[in-house]
Design a protein around this ligand. Structure first.
Ligand SMILES: [Zn+2]
Length: 423
């Protein structure tokens, strides 16, 4: 089998170690090494060692010159809503005048405007809109991305969205993981009819989630567990049903108000609890004692202009497994520049650069149940890697807003190249 060597890196962030989420003192060691490269055969990494040792082991290999850049695992963006119709510029300004996010949603804006837009947009157009958005995300060195439905909000429209996501998974060079977020909101037409709210919960339980599991359209089911959206009891009921149908679980939990969503995620054995900006002390304790990954989305809190962030330090110090993701969506986080997330991690969440790297690689993979497959440069793992045009792992969060990813490979194949970029 032909071998490719990635050599001549100034520095290599391996993130190598156990194939599970890192926590506690492990978060201080991102496996940063000098003079180390990677050998790839087919879709797999077969060796991580000095350039000399790699060349000795594989004398006939093709070489990719890292040009004294930074060699690293491909990033894992474990939380996006990347399939949508129109952007939502107006709301951004409206919030700046002081109208809160949940108030905009109650007026029929927010999620509901994306629902109208998605329903009016043919599948082929949704696909065509998503492709360049995803290309921008991958251009930052992302090789795995989770995409949620949730702007369809009818059984048929949710299934249609998930089929667009499946089409993207087949067409994109990156790994795509699908999540069904039919429980993003109560659809307006169900809200207005008497008993409609209950009817939507029944539709999720009896129609949507079984159909998604049957067709293999998503790996995860997710819910927006938040006071004013879905209650804790409703979330428990819907997710328990989804789990019984065969789906793994995620929660949008404690984003703007504490609804005790984090402890529900733990109780249900959810793979991740996401947002957590308003998490309680009890929620932190519960997550720290569990396998559930705490996924923080600092771009959302920044873009909403809330002036606050999830308590990343308290989560880390309690021993929770912390991951970071973009929450890429048209309303609250239109962010496709993934490396900016590392800047926000350091500047807003007070994380170290090593913590930021692990939270966007190994722990992002764990948040998708993929910690044994991707997120680290180690023999046996998927050949998901990126070369960034910087010579120190701390430089990526530092040069914020820049596009410094030189090349990225997913499953042993090039998925992005931008050889003109200069650090
Ligand atoms: Zn979200």
């Amino acid at each position: 089998m032909p071998t490719t060597l990635f050599v001549n890196a100034a520095q290599t962030v391996t993130c190598s170690g156990p194939a599970r989420a890192r926590r506690g003192p492990e978060m201080q060691d991102a496996g940063v090494r000098d003079g180390v490269g990677v050998a790839v055969q087919g879709e797999r990494i077969v060796m991580v060692d000095t350039d000399d040792m790699l060349r000795r082991a594989y004398p006939d290999a093709h070489e990719v010159d890292c040009n004294r850049g930074l060699l690293a695992p491909g990033f894992v963006d474990s939380h996006t809503h990347a399939v949508f119709g129109a952007a939502r510029f107006a709301e951004h300004e409206l919030r700046a005048t002081g109208v809160p996010y949940l108030e905009i949603a109650h007026r029929g804006g927010g999620i509901h405007s994306s629902v109208r837009s998605l329903r009016d947009t043919p599948s082929g157009v949704l696909f065509d809109l998503a492709v360049p958005r995803m290309a921008r995300l991958l251009a930052g060195g992302v090789t795995t991305v989770e995409i949620k439905s949730g702007y369809g909000l009818s059984v048929a429209e949710e299934l249609r969205t998930l089929r667009v996501i499946r089409q993207l998974a087949e067409a994109l060079p990156a790994r795509v993981v699908a999540t069904c977020l039919g429980a993003h909101e109560v659809p307006l037409e169900y809200r207005e009819a008497s008993g409609g709210r209950e009817a939507w919960l029944v539709a999720l339980e009896e129609e949507l989630h079984p159909a998604v599991a049957r067709e293999g359209l998503a790996h995860f089911a997710d819910i927006f567990c938040e006071p004013g959206v879905f209650t804790r009891d409703e979330s428990r009921r819907v997710l328990a049903g989804a789990r019984a149908a065969g789906l793994a679980l995620k929660l949008h939990a404690d984003e703007l108000h504490d609804g005790d969503g984090a402890s529900l995620a733990v109780e249900l054995g959810a793979t991740s609890a996401d947002h957590l900006a308003a998490i309680s002390d009890a929620g932190i304790t519960a997550l720290a004692a569990s396998e559930t990954v705490a996924t923080l989305l600092p771009a959302t809190m920044l873009f909403l202009g809330t002036g606050r962030q999830a308590p990343a330090r308290r989560l880390l110090e309690a021993g929770a497994a912390v991951a970071l993701a973009t929450d890429f969506n048209p309303g609250t986080s239109p962010l496709t520049s993934f490396p900016l997330l590392l800047t926000l991690a350091v500047s807003e969440l007070r994380m170290s650069a090593a913590e930021a790297w692990l939270a966007t690689t190994v722990n992002g993979a764990a948040a998708l149940g993929l910690a044994g497959e991707t997120g680290q440069l180690a023999a046996g793992f998927s050949a998901d890697l990126a070369v960034h045009a910087v010579d120190d792992y701390r430089a990526l969060p530092y040069w914020f807003g820049e596009r410094l990813c030189d090349v990225a490979w997913c499953r042993g194949r090039a998925c992005h190249s931008s050889r003109a970029v200069v650090a």
